[in-house]
Design a protein around this ligand. Structure first.
Ligand SMILES: [Zn+2]
Ligand SMILES: [Zn+2]
Length: 374
């Protein structure tokens, strides 16, 4: 492990210098795939027609398929962090630490391969486009993960959630969705409003109906209309259409499902109440974390192997497309929240963290692999 220190730092610095946006992680993917191949993994590139990479290493004895997953993509941000290896791709920055996740997963896999897999199969997944929230689904659609029994992921945490030398075996992401609603009315002259159906009236009725939705207050949640577009052609024309956007958050998938169903009803009946019509056009988002208790317990033990203690589960208001692997892929999952003294925050152009977190993260995943496949 200690001999890998400098390799880990230099691999990370190189990824950090050349960030790439979702589904365009060509250089990043090639570098990761080459390193896996050199480490003895069978490597599949361009998984599902994307930049995704899967490495596979079979153990001496048969057993379950265990997967490590990291995201590869960066953000459309101009880096201003003062990092000595700041982005050389203008307007693109690793501001969410996906370069750190890729480095940690890669080196944990390489060190495990060097030790030799005793039982089962180790798979390594480098997925594209987490920030677009569509990379994980693309990997599942490829069918190349259908044999995976268990999968773990990780994310660096902002300093307010965890310090360097701290980690939690469960980062409790909530579910977040954006709902687009289309409203249909009927145009008329402003002097004869009774001959039309005002889409603004319908939109207002929908907003009120949405605001009157009630769900279990013990599960934290919120929903709010964040955009209304209607009219504007002329002040004396009754507008015949409107578009609404609703941002929805919920800490569990059950409550999210209930809110989404009630929003669809609020749209339909809100519009009907003024003689119009409305329907949900699209619903896009990510599910909440649903972890496997037994695998999370092994993650806790692995964190404690390295750090001596672990933090309780961390509730995060953010979303992650990793959770599709559990909800859609039916894979048992766990997810490490890794402290890194990261400041001032994720997605900031000034984001920096203590690189020692790369070593700690690699050690924790190595401890996990020692308990699962070595
Ligand atoms: Zn992010
Ligand atoms: Zn991220």
């Amino acid at each position: 492990m200690e001999s890998a220190r400098e390799d880990i730092f230099s691999f990370f610095n190189d990824l950090h210098s050349f960030p790439e946006l979702g589904f365009a992680e060509e250089r990043t993917a090639a570098k990761l795939a080459d390193a896996l191949e050199a480490g003895g993994f069978t490597v599949e590139r361009n998984v599902g027609g994307t930049t995704g990479v899967i490495g596979t290493l079979k153990g001496a004895a048969p057993g379950p398929v265990f997967a490590l997953r990291a995201d590869m993509d960066a953000l459309p941000i101009d880096e201003d962090s003062g990092h000595p290896f700041s982005s050389k791709n203008r307007g693109v920055m690793h501001a969410c630490g996906h370069d750190a996740h890729s480095t940690i997963v890669l080196f944990a896999a390489l060190l495990a391969a060097r030790a030799g897999i005793a039982k089962g199969t180790l798979k390594v997944l480098f997925q594209p486009a987490e920030e677009l929230l569509t990379g994980a689904l693309a990997m599942l659609k490829s069918g190349r993960l259908s044999d995976v029994d268990e999968m773990v992921g990780l994310h660096l945490r902002p300093i307010q959630e965890a310090r360097l030398d701290e980690a939690s075996p469960a980062l409790m992401h909530g579910s977040s969705y954006v709902v687009n609603i289309a409203v249909e009315g009927r145009s008329a002259h402003g002097a004869r409003p009774h001959l039309g159906v005002n889409a603004v009236d319908a939109a207002a009725a929908i907003v009120n109906a949405i605001n009157a939705i009630r769900v279990d207050p013990r599960v934290s949640h919120s929903f709010k209309t964040t955009s209304i577009m209607a009219g504007g052609k002329a002040s004396n024309i009754i507008p015949d259409s409107a578009k609404l956007v609703v941002d929805v958050r919920a800490q569990t998938n059950e409550v999210m499902q209930e809110i989404l169903e009630k929003i669809a009803l609020a749209a339909e009946y809100g519009a009907k109440s003024v003689g119009g019509a409305a329907a949900v056009e699209s619903t896009k988002g990510v599910p909440a974390a649903e972890y496997d208790p037994a695998l999370t317990e092994v993650m806790r033990l692995a964190a404690e192997d390295v750090l001596g203690s672990s933090l309780p589960p961390i509730v995060s208001p953010g979303g992650e497309d990793f959770h599709f692997f559990a909800t859609e892929g039916k894979i048992k999952t766990a997810y490490l929240a890794l402290g890194a003294d990261l400041e001032p925050g994720l997605h900031s152009e000034k984001m920096r963290f203590d690189p020692e977190a790369l070593i700690i993260g690699t050690k924790i995943l190595c401890a996990l692999l020692a308990r699962k496949v070595l």
